[in-house]
Design a protein around this ligand. Structure first.
Ligand SMILES: Nc1ncnc2c1ncn2[C@@H]1O[C@H](COP(=O)(O)OP(=O)(O)OP(=O)(O)O)[C@@H](O)[C@H]1O
Ligand SMILES: [Mg+2]
Length: 234
């Protein structure tokens, strides 16, 4: 469960500036906040397991933060729109990842009423279809493809965050991966819709636009193309 928090949470200390917003407060797993230092704004994600454990994982180069950095770099090279991780900083033995602010996550955008208009939802459905198709075309599976892990900037461009778990899969696995990613996206989009100032439901048109956009943009294995063609014909 996501914990909504205020900027006064104990235990969260800014790196160099002041804390403007706490996006996530979970002292057992990770804290995420927006920090301002002069005219600079950046997001800090601090891993919260014990410093001893983090230092041990660091030595072995298998700290989840280190893996996230590596994965984001690789995804950038593959042309997947991810938010770049600009820096890593150790704060009292805990790893902090620094990312630029490139819009807000889709759940927060929904809470701010950004998708109250059907036209905004249609545009989002199309953009999510394109993003999903891009992942499939590169044979990538993101098991955590949820609204809170996708940022949208002012121009409507989507970018992934928290993408350390993306992995390459075989062509035969793609249909199942598509099902799992779509289910999670739909579940989290419904939750976000319920938190909107004017709660809405996902219409058949929203779903159709998403499906059409996946179909129009996917270029990959025959296995997946067959499954998509079959489900489209039904
Ligand atoms: N660069 C960024 N710009 C704007 N918002 C951000 C950025 N990075 C993180 N956030 C906000 O902080 C939230 C949590 O970030 P992130 O997903 O990286 O943390 P997490 O600990 O992996 O969270 P979870 O386990 O819940 O997925 C995001 O859903 C988003 O609202
Ligand atoms: Mg996340």
């Amino acid at each position: 469960m996501r914990v909504t928090a205020k900027a006064t949470q104990p235990d969260i200390k800014p790196l160099t500036g002041t804390i403007k917003t706490v996006y996530k407060f979970d002292p057992k797993r990770s804290n995420v906040w927006l920090e301002v230092d002069g005219d600079r704004q950046y997001v800090v994600k601090r891993f919260e397991s014990s410093p001893a454990k983090q230092q041990f994982l660091r030595c072995l180069q298998i700290h989840p933060g280190q893996c996230e950095i590596k994965q984001h770099r690789q995804l950038e090279r593959l042309g997947i729109p991810v938010v770049p991780i600009e820096k890593q900083v150790w704060q009292a033995g805990k790893l902090c990842l620094i990312t630029p602010v490139m819009g807000q996550s889709l759940d927060r955008a929904a809470q701010a009423g950004q998708f109250d208009q059907p036209a905004a939802r249609h545009a989002l459905a199309k953009a999510l279809g394109q993003l999903t198709a891009l992942l499939l075309s590169k044979q990538l599976f993101f098991r955590d493809l949820k609204c809170s892990n996708i940022l949208m900037d002012e121009a409507g461009q989507l970018r992934l965050i928290d993408a350390g778990s993306i992995r390459k899969v075989s062509a035969a696995q793609l249909p199942d991966c598509l099902k799992r990613m779509t289910r999670l996206l739909e579940k989290t989009a419904m939750e976000a819709a319920g938190q909107s100032p004017c709660p809405f439901t996902l219409s058949k048109t929203d779903r159709l636009r998403f499906a059409k956009s996946v179909l129009a943009n996917v270029s990959c294995s025959t296995a997946l193309a067959d499954v998509l063609a079959m489900s489209h014909a039904r």
